[in-house]
Design a protein. Sequence first.
Length: 171
Amino acid sequence: MQPSVGPFVVDTRRAQRNVGHPEPFQVAGSLEVEGDPGVMPDPETPVVVVGTLQSLSDGSIVVRADAKGAWVGQCRRCLRQLSEPLDVQLNEVFEAEPEEGETYQLGDHSIDLEQAVRDNFILDMPLLALCAQDCEGICAVCGADRNDALCHCAAEQTDPRWDALNDLDFS
């Protein structure tokens, strides 16, 4: 197997020689997410991963680390750009024959943490961004941000197809 290259690749040889002894490491790089998820890791903010590798007697490696970065997205109500810091804890197992969805691939002398970091970031990011719980959003008629000023056009506008209901008397 060829050695991996990339910002999140960690050399495991020292940890594999010292079974049971935690070996410190630090890596940094940017995470990219394909598609348009709405909320995603900030590609402009590097993700810094600091932690330890610990080789087990069965040949697998446990990674315990802290990954710090940021996410970006748009508020789902007012469409303002948002960016928030994100700090996630990794506690992952790397094996020569990984179990899908449970463990990650262990290389001959290295591991690539990128997928594990990405998975943990995605789980900790908000599904839909919201700038504030009381965000008023934008007016559907004029497009004004109702957080900045009250918009009166929404109250004035009614759908003329419903006007016949105004004539009904239920008393």
